[in-house]
Design a protein around this ligand. Structure first.
Ligand SMILES: *[C@@H]1O[C@H](CO)[C@@H](O)[C@H](O)[C@H]1NC(C)=O
Ligand SMILES: *[C@@H]1O[C@H](CO)[C@@H](O)[C@H](O)[C@H]1NC(C)=O
Ligand SMILES: *[C@@H]1O[C@H](CO)[C@@H](O)[C@H](O)[C@H]1NC(C)=O
Ligand SMILES: *[C@@H]1O[C@H](CO)[C@@H](O)[C@H](O)[C@H]1NC(C)=O
Ligand SMILES: *[C@@H]1O[C@H](CO)[C@@H](O)[C@H](O)[C@H]1NC(C)=O
Ligand SMILES: *[C@@H]1O[C@H](CO)[C@@H](O)[C@H](O)[C@H]1NC(C)=O
Ligand SMILES: *[C@@H]1O[C@H](CO)[C@@H](O)[C@H](O)[C@H]1NC(C)=O
Ligand SMILES: *[C@@H]1O[C@H](CO)[C@@H](O)[C@H](O)[C@H]1NC(C)=O
Ligand SMILES: *[C@@H]1O[C@H](CO)[C@@H](O)[C@H](O)[C@H]1NC(C)=O
Ligand SMILES: CC(=O)N[C@H]1CO[C@H](CO)[C@@H](O)[C@@H]1O
Length: 590
């Protein structure tokens, strides 16, 4: 099964929106024609589909679904492209009353500077022609009921948007997510100026929310109780051992997650930067997670009211590829994309505003994940950021954020990469091979390259020597930070049963919320690199054997499976999110 669904960088989908004075109401229907623009780059668009809706004030909105072909980098275009589509579905409904464009505005403004807006009159004519051919229905005033993409939820939203609803005032910037619902509940219980039925409706809905929080409170109590439980039976796996901060609590919390946890994935956004990500290469976790959560029937909910967390499904790797202008050193296009995206979901749904992002999460394995997350202050400050680049000096907060393992899936699968001999069949003391990236590796090479038979430290592996073969032959595998704190070597070592040696500053290793890394890895600070061999030699054989066995035991939490299996990397990431949402610490503080 291949994970990547859309990999063709030579085409893209362009959707755009145009407002025209007066028209009737149309439903979505396909139109085909093509436009060719000279600016800003030679790009050919063909309209494959358009969605037309109308404001009561006589404004016609056409949301076009274009395909564009080009041979060169698309940079800016795609940036606008990937966002303009957000105007589809109920979104423009909510704007009609005011006949104003909000998130769509950037498109109409910027488009008019580079592309003649009048050109867009063309689709209108085509539309009219088609509508007469196809005999599209012309709706009456009550367009909300008739617009195909606007489900009842967007009507509800519209209802909130168009009235001075209490919802908008519910959020409190001082409340943490666990307590949010109480605040919401209390504030609605306060002064309502709306009509009675609305008040009743809100109360009911807020009690859904309240019930959710009550369940979470119960779950917290159950997990706390787990300490006193006897050994449990589980056909797949029961975590035990000192590699876990608290194995029983972890297990109980995992089981409760399976029972309750629901993730809502925003559907807004288009390929290639949304709902898509790399599934091979060192950044494979972006694509794998996005794919796995979107295909998941158990944890994904389509009903945002039932969700505990909300996923912003963008891929930083894809944005770097398609939105970022190469060598520009300018993050702004990416940040603008994220900002626009959050503006749209905050306008279309009440969920971002009600918690100021506390129950939302993003995921990025690309080094730049933390830098692009600053696009929206609440995203950076409040939301859960699942990051490979878990550098605490750069604002990674282990309480709120999740450290994501960087897994180099060369073939898109772990087949053939997992497994290695026991401790007794590992003749080499320590192994490292890799380029001189970042500040730490030069120090290692300087001290240990070709210095000692036991310390197999290389810039390049000698010809005929297999990298994976060396990992399997070695007792300890050095995992120094490169350009960023995370290294795929960590997971490579774990896969091959080699005890990882973490050499990094400010790094929070993955799943530190449940795993006690000291029990199955060695942490060496940068200043101790000259002393590395002594440190490793001082670990007794008995202690080493225990650590090596533990590496094999916790390996399952790093394995990538498609479809995912219980306790694998996908589920362990979800579990980390679950703990953040629960605001619970699975830790014996002793
Ligand atoms: C609208 O809701 C119905 C069920 O309520 C669902 O089947 C349909 O897919 C939804 N449409 C959209 C565009 O979300
Ligand atoms: C909404 O609130 C504003 C001020 O907050 C007020 O001027 C306006 O009249 C209100 N609109 C409605 C429909 O209540
Ligand atoms: C909360 O919002 C108020 C204004 O709405 C602001 O004055 C205050 O500084 C904010 N507090 C925090 C912690 O952001
Ligand atoms: C909400 O109201 C209840 C009583 O109605 C009160 O006990 C509780 O402390 C309030 N919670 C907050 C966060 O104000
Ligand atoms: C709500 O209304 C009561 C009177 O009914 C008033 O005393 C109170 O100040 C109001 N609270 C808010 C937050 O407007
Ligand atoms: C509240 O719940 C009712 C039915 O349970 C639903 O029709 C309505 O859309 C909901 N409103 C909100 C704000 O979610
Ligand atoms: C746990 O095991 C002990 C003895 O092994 C037993 O006495 C006790 O009843 C058990 N507790 C539960 C909750 O099963
Ligand atoms: C959320 O807040 C933003 C800005 O504060 C506002 O533009 C938007 O309409 C709000 N969304 C909802 C659903 O109330
Ligand atoms: C972690 O962040 C600090 C502060 O920005 C930086 O100096 C350091 O180089 C980073 N570590 C790595 C390995 O990139
Ligand atoms: C006001 C309120 O309910 N505060 C609670 C917020 O959540 C923490 C942790 O669950 C509780 O300890 C507080 O009492």
């Amino acid at each position: 099964m291949t994970n990547c669904r859309w990999q063709n960088s030579d085409s893209c989908v362009l959707r755009t929106t145009v407002t025209l004075a007066w028209a009737s109401l149309f439903s979505a229907f396909p139109v085909s024609f093509s436009l060719r623009f000279a600016q800003p780059k030679e790009v050919e668009f063909s309209l494959v589909n358009s969605c037309v809706s109308c404001a009561s004030r006589g404004l016609l909105h056409i949301t076009g679904f274009f395909k564009c072909r080009h041979s060169r980098k698309m940079g800016d275009i795609l940036h606008h492209v990937s966002l303009s589509q957000l105007c589809k579905r109920g979104y423009h409904n909510s704007q009609m009353g005011s006949s104003k464009w909000r998130s769509c505005a950037w498109w109409s403004e910027e488009a008019s500077s580079t592309m003649k807006l009048t050109l867009f009159m063309l689709p209108f004519l085509v539309v009219v022609a088609f509508s007469s051919i196809k005999g599209s229905t012309v709706y009456g005033k009550d367009f909300l009921a008739s617009l195909p993409p606007s489900n009842s939820s967007s009507q509800t939203l519209l209802h909130h948007l168009s009235s001075n609803s209490t919802l908008q005032t519910l959020h409190s910037n001082q409340t943490k997510v666990v307590n949010v619902s109480l605040t919401w509940f209390n504030s609605t219980a306060m002064n309502e100026t709306d009509e009675p039925h609305r008040r009743q409706q809100q109360k009911r809905n807020l009690s859904i929310l309240d019930r959710t929080e009550a369940v979470l409170a119960h779950v917290r109590a159950v997990i706390r109780e787990a300490k006193n439980e006897n050994q449990t039976q589980d056909s797949d796996y029961v975590p035990t051992g000192p590699m876990y901060w608290n194995a029983k609590e972890f297990y109980r919390s995992y089981i409760e997650m399976e029972k309750h946890f629901k993730v809502f994935v925003y559907e807004e956004g288009d390929h290639p930067v949304f709902h898509n990500g790399p599934c091979k290469s060192i950044y494979s976790m972006e694509g794998n997670f996005i794919h796995a959560i979107e295909m998941n029937d158990h944890f994904r909910t389509r009903d945002p009211k039932k969700a505990h967390v909300f996923f912003l499904p963008f891929s930083t790797v894809m944005m770097v590829r398609f939105v970022y202008v190469r060598d520009s050193h300018d993050f702004d296009p990416i940040r603008r994309t994220i900002r626009d995206y959050i503006n749209v979901i905050a306008e279309r749904y009440p969920y971002w505003n009600r918690s100021l992002g506390y129950d939302h999460f993003m995921l990025a394995c690309h080094d730049w994940g933390p830098y692009v997350s600053v696009a929206v202050p609440y995203l950076r400050k409040n939301s859960i950021r699942v990051l490979c680049n878990a550098n605490t000096s750069e604002g990674f907060d282990p309480v709120k954020d999740v450290s994501l393992p960087e897994i180099n899936l060369q073939t898109g699968s772990i087949n053939g990469f997992v497994g290695g001999p026991p401790a007794s069949k590992r003749p080499v003391l320590a192994f490292f091979a890799g380029g001189i990236h970042g500040p730490i590796r030069p120090i290692i090479l300087e001290h240990w390259e070709n210095k000692d038979e036991d310390m197999q430290v290389h810039k390049y592996l000698p010809k005929g020597v297999s990298y994976y073969g060396m990992l399997r032959k070695s007792k300890f595998c050095l995992c120094p930070s490169g350009y960023e704190v995370a290294s795929p070597r960590l997971v490579e070592a774990i896969y091959t049963g080699c005890v990882p040696v973490l050499i990094s500053d400010h790094y929070v290793p993955p799943f530190s919320d449940v795993l006690n890394w000291k029990m199955f890895s060695v942490e060496v600070s940068v200043k101790d690199i000259p002393n590395l061999k002594n440190i490793l030699m001082s670990i007794s054989p008995r202690h080493y054997i225990r650590m090596q066995k533990r590496v094999e035991q916790i390996r399952r939490h790093f394995e990538v499976h498609s479809p995912p299996k219980r306790f694998d990397v996908f589920h362990t990431i979800l579990h980390s999110l679950w703990l953040r949402r629960l605001n619970f610490r699975v830790h014996d503080d002793q």
